[in-house]
Design a protein around this ligand. Structure first.
Ligand SMILES: Nc1ncnc2c1ncn2[C@@H]1O[C@H](COP(=O)(O)OP(=O)(O)OP(=O)(O)O)[C@@H](O)[C@H]1O
Ligand SMILES: [Mg+2]
Length: 594
């Protein structure tokens, strides 16, 4: 075996394998360089999803010809002045992006420092291919053509131009969110697809995320132990089938960090179905010496010194915000304006100042759709709702105007409760709402260590197939913690000795077969607590008033009152809304009065 030093060209191509995976990653490196160069405007042009051309032009500090040559050398960087690898504030620091990209493409670099002449250097797959004067405004313009054309192994893994374009757009969006003070444009195949002016973070995020978040978002601003978390997240009811709209930043660096993604997921646990995902843009700020950014060639992962503190801040902060908002659902009308979050105010002051972030229906209705604000011409109509309704379906109950969910007026289709609130008409899905309440009750009981069980006088035998019995038998100790006591009863039957008291009279066979399916599905590496929450949700579903059951007015009102005081009651265990409200102004609109 003969050992030899690799030639630089090969070293660069090997590095390119890590740093430049696809057009979007080359683009990311180029835009990061522009931002590091102090650009206030970054213009990106792409052809065929970046496969044919990636061009990034900036108005940053520029380079003189000798700096340009050095920039294309491996391990040449201007960004670690004091060799302070532990206090990195720039995006780049490894000094390998440009030579890596240049080794797998035709790269043209043009640059001009203000007050001098411009210069151009061309590199063809790592080899110099000419240089000379260039005319351009001060700043830098880099063109990358035919990326991976001569690297068939890589080319094979590239996807369609459409898919590569989508990834490029995502890269630009992430960096544009990270640096809201910089203007960005993106043109694809001659068409302008993105253009944002310098702005502040909330407005930048609002411009780049779905506009629906203006109505269905919650502003986040909290701090703890020198860490700070700001941003916006979606209401649990406003979710997606893919986790593609989660933008996470650590000290303004876009990351796809497992710890952060996991914390986000944990904050939404049991507020959202397992296969649905929230939308989020979250900015974590930590002291520089608390985070190591040099753990991944593409710099998309970081390592925190105190990972538990970061996770705690995210789970705790988001959970608190979600609980405060828990009675709001996506079906509930909100004013459409960007959710503002950054302020020097504390979290609570922030909520007060932007009452649409302030929680329950009463608060958000006040500030959300201003029912009659500034509509003096409509005084007549306003009076229409000012006095108590003259005719009621249910005369037995006095209206108590302070209840946000109002007073029950009747039931529709034996499934929906119709209630009159001070500010509109409320419709509640009785099963969804009750299911949530049962789950929350079970959770409180379990945390308090006192799950009430109801022992069955005559244990019930439930026949199931063998694998189902095996799952249930295996989970028996956990189920006992929820108040469900089971015993194996032969190969294909289970004996039910006690059920959670919240269940009341229940169809044990249906519950057990659902639970068995649930447990089999969860099977994997979930922790005990995770499992219990899911299993509790299944039990709650069985213990809830079914759609189709007639309720008395007293029962309906009891349900409404309990919803008002129960956290997270705005959505069911599957993330659907439990209630909607038709405000007075909307009712007026329906009748053409407005
Ligand atoms: N758009 C630009 N404007 C001004 N200088 C630039 C620009 N792009 C690159 N440079 C210079 O070229 C150097 C090398 O860039 P390169 O991206 O290869 O490495 P880096 O940014 O220092 O580190 P990393 O490999 O982590 O990105 C930079 O340190 C910078 O001095
Ligand atoms: Mg760089």
């Amino acid at each position: 075996m003969s050992i030899r030093r690799l030639p630089p060209e090969l070293i660069n191509r090997i590095a390119a394998g890590e740093v430049v995976e696809r057009p979007a990653s080359a683009l990311k490196e180029l835009v990061e360089n522009s931002l590091d160069a102090g650009a206030t405007q970054v213009s990106v042009r792409l052809s065929a999803g970046g496969l044919e051309l990636i061009e990034v032009a900036d108005d940053g500090c520029g380079m003189d010809p000798s700096e340009m040559r050095l920039a294309l050398d491996r391990h040449a960087t201007s960004k670690l002045p004091g060799d302070a690898i532990d206090r990195i504030v720039s995006f780049g620091f490894r000094g390998e992006a440009l030579p890596s990209i240049a080794s797998v493409s035709r790269l043209t670099m043009e640059s001009r420092v203000r007050g001098s002449d411009g210069w151009r250097i061309e590199i063809d797959h790592g080899a110099p291919a000419g240089e000379g004067p260039a005319a351009l405004p001060s700043g830098t313009r880099i063109r990358v053509e035919g990326l991976f054309d001569k690297v068939p192994a890589r080319r094979k893994f590239l996807r369609s131009p459409r898919a590569e374009y989508a990834a490029c757009l995502d890269s630009v969006k992430r960096l544009a969110m990270a640096r809201s003070d910089v203007g960005f444009t993106l043109d694809h195949d001659g068409r302008r697809v993105l253009s944002v002016q310098p702005s502040d973070a909330p407005n930048r995020v609002a411009a780049l995320l779905t506009h629906e978040l203006d109505r269905h978002g919650i502003g986040i601003d909290c701090a703890r132990d020198g860490l700070r978390l700001t941003g916006v997240i979606s209401l649990p009811t406003f979710n997606r089938g893919m986790a593609d709209q989660q933008y996470l930043f650590v000290n303004a660096r876009p990351v796809k960090d497992r710890l952060l993604v996991g914390a986000l997921r944990a904050a939404y646990r049991d507020l959202i179905a397992r296969d649905r995902h929230p939308i989020a843009a979250l900015f974590v700020e930590v002291p520089l010496d608390e985070v190591d950014v040099n753990v991944h060639p593409a710099k998309t992962e970081v390592r925190f010194r105190d990972a538990a503190a970061v996770r705690g801040l995210i789970v705790g902060g988001l959970r608190r915000a979600l609980d405060d908002e828990s009675q709001r659902s996506a079906a509930h009308e909100q004013a459409a304006a960007p959710v503002m979050w950054t302020s020097s105010a504390t979290y609570d002051e922030e909520l007060n100042r932007h009452p649409r972030g302030g929680g329950g229906p009463a608060a958000s209705e006040e500030s959300g759709v201003p029912a009659f604000a500034g509509m003096t011409a409509l005084r007549e109509e306003q009076r229409l709702f000012d006095h108590a309704p003259a005719a009621r379906a249910e005369p037995a109950v006095e209206p108590v105007p302070s209840h946000p969910l109002g007073v029950a007026r009747g039931q529709v289709a034996a499934t929906y409760i119709v209630a009159e609130a001070e500010d509109g008409l409320v419709i509640v899905d009785q099963h969804a709402a009750h299911e949530r309440l049962v789950l929350e009750r079970m959770r409180v009981a379990r945390v308090g260590g006192s799950v009430a069980r109801q022992a069955l006088l005559i244990p019930e035998v439930v026949e199931l197939d063998e694998p189902d019995c095996d799952s249930l038998e295996g989970a028996a100790p956990e189920l006992a913690q929820l108040g469900l006591e089971l015993e194996r009863f032969g190969p294909t039957a289970m004996l039910v000795r006690a059920v959670p008291a919240v269940l009341g009279k229940t169809d044990a066979a249906g519950l057990l077969s659902d639970l068995a399916a649930e447990i089999a599905e969860l099977g994997g590496p979930l922790s005990l607590t995770d499992k219990l929450d899911h299993v509790a949700a299944t039990i709650a579903c069985h213990g809830s008033v079914r759609a189709g059951r007639l309720l008395s007015v007293a029962e309906m009102n009891a349900l409404l009152r309990e919803m008002e005081v129960t956290p997270r009651s705005g959505q069911c265990n599957h993330g659907r809304p439990t209630w909607v409200k038709l405000g007075h102004s909307e009712i007026e609109r329906l009748f053409g009065r407005k």
